[in-house]
Design a protein around this ligand. Structure first.
Ligand SMILES: Cc1cc2nc3c(=O)[nH]c(=O)nc-3n(C[C@H](O)[C@H](O)[C@H](O)COP(=O)(O)OP(=O)(O)OC[C@H]3O[C@@H](n4cnc5c(N)ncnc54)[C@H](O)[C@@H]3O)c2cc1C
Length: 434
């Protein structure tokens, strides 16, 4: 019997998935609502349109995005092949001619006899096998279908995310490990503030430069976005009053210093990003500040003077689901098993990550893929979406903080990243051979 799949959304994830299915002889119905209905950021009728930057980030294996791209090439990504064909000079980055890129993606898809493109907005989900890849700007009609399926609390619209820093850059002479009131396991690291340090930090937050960004994000910011309360940027909270933070996310009670028993004036907690504690999230520090301001302001936090940023905080319109709560291991919805979620809607973030997600879901369905090494970025993205607790889930992008620590101690930062990359590629090659 002819194997069939319906793919909704002809963006990066949907286009990658369509080509992967067609390559394996599946009949694909690809639905894309543009040009009949546009999103606030897309401006063409082409498939695989890059909405903002034309860069697919670094090609260097010593960067997490470079490593992810190398992994995708090994796994046979079709969109990366096209990106390579239309690349433009950009140093170590894989930047592309954006028009040529989406023209080629569209051409490739239209040439595929196994893919039928429907230029329609999809407003309901049926019972046939379906990949939903409608992206961060999912249409209102589809958002409400999803809302009914997953509930409002687990579908997010605007997103402000907190920075992630490397564990090695934390000054452990100042930062201490403790759970509040010593209850449960001591999972958090704590950065203690004196009164003077706290007041200086709040002033710096108020003076921090806000990112007004590329046209679309800038427009959104000017429209006075409503955030979910636990997603409100830290500088917005600071505006509510000098004490708001220390009675809220920076509350010090129960976090007395282990050596003196003295209670700090305020505390910022750091939560590990992975079981191996190689990277930490600055709890409550979601922000709209520019990267320059983030470096300046967050390095004022006691113990983080030398913080090395794996990911900066940011804000943007972003529909995504709380994947760990809502998805099965095969990326299908727990509440509707014939619907698989891919791309940014599934809780990954970034062009390359969205391509990776489209590729991953295709391999899961067509090849019954059920394993990828946990030393790879793509393997770890899959883990994050399906095998974490879903508490305060934020979109996941490629960063070295996702990877488990190296088995050997490597002190130079550059060498460490090279070793991470070699290990990932080798384990993926071995897995593919098997
Ligand atoms: C404004 C903005 C700027 C961004 N800039 C960058 C950047 O510079 N670099 C980066 O790495 N990432 C960026 N991202 C994040 C993200 O990587 C991209 O949005 C990426 O395109 C996501 O891929 P996707 O396939 O999930 O969604 P998309 O590429 O957005 O594809 C989704 C497709 O679904 C279609 N669609 C939506 N609803 C329906 C429906 N009901 N029926 C049919 N079709 C539908 C849309 O028209 C769209 O073509 C940005 C995101 C936004 C919102």
């Amino acid at each position: 019997m002819q194997k069939k799949i319906r793919i909704i959304g002809g963006g990066l994830a949907g286009s990658e998935a369509a080509l992967q299915f067609a390559k394996r002889g599946w009949q694909v119905d690809l639905y894309e609502m543009r040009p009949k209905r546009m999103t606030p950021a897309h401006s063409t009728d082409k498939l695989g349109e890059l909405v903002c930057s034309n860069s697919l980030k670094s090609s260097l294996l010593t960067t997490a995005s470079g490593l992810l791209k190398a992994e995708l090439r090994l796994l046979g990504s079709e969109l990366l092949k096209i990106a390579d064909e239309v690349r433009v000079p950009a140093g170590n980055a894989l930047a592309v001619d954006r028009d040529l890129f989406s023209e080629k993606v569209t051409e490739r898809i239209l040439q595929e006899s196994m893919i039928k493109v429907h230029n329609e907005e999809v407003k309901e989900l049926g019972d046939e096998p379906t990949i939903l890849a409608t992206g961060p700007l999912t249409s209102d009609a589809m958002s409400s279908v999803l809302n009914n399926l997953v509930g409002q609390d687990d579908l997010h619209f605007y997103d402000a995310i907190a920075p992630i820093i490397s564990a090695e850059s934390i000054n452990r002479e100042i930062v201490y490990r403790k759970s509040r009131y010593d209850k449960g396991t001591a999972d958090y690291l704590n950065c203690p503030f004196t009164k003077e340090e706290y007041l200086r930090f709040v002033d710096a937050l108020l003076e921090g430069e806000i990112y007004m960004g590329k046209s679309f994000e800038g427009e959104l910011l000017q429209k006075n976005i409503q955030f979910y309360e636990n997603c409100t940027p830290v500088e917005e909270l600071a505006k509510r009053g000098k004490d708001t933070l220390r009675f809220g996310v920076m509350r010090p009670v129960g976090l007395e210093l282990p050596d003196t028993g003295r209670r700090p004036y305020a505390v910022i907690q750091l939560r590990s990003e992975n079981n191996d504690e190689t990277a930490f999230n600055l709890v409550g520090c979601q922000t709209m500040m520019t990267q320059d301001s983030q470096r300046k302001v967050f390095r004022m936090i006691p113990g983080l003077e030398s913080a090395e940023f794996y990911r900066y905080g940011s804000i943007h319109r972003n529909s995504y689901i709380n994947a760990p709560l809502l998805l099965n291991r095969d990326l299908s919805l727990k509440t509707k098993k014939n619907v698989y979620i891919a791309g940014q809607l599934s809780g990954v973030e970034g062009y390359v990550e969205s391509i990776a997600s489209g590729l991953l879901v295709s391999l899961i369905i067509t090849e019954r893929l059920d394993y990828l090494p946990n030393t790879t970025i793509i393997g770890q993205l899959w883990e994050r979406l399906t095998n974490t607790d879903g508490k305060e889930f934020t979109p996941q992008n490629a960063n070295y903080g996702l990877l488990p620590p190296l088995e050997v101690k490597v002190s130079s930062k550059a060498e460490r990243k090279e070793t991470f990359a070699k290990r990932a590629i080798q384990s993926l090659e071995e897995a593919l051979e098997r």
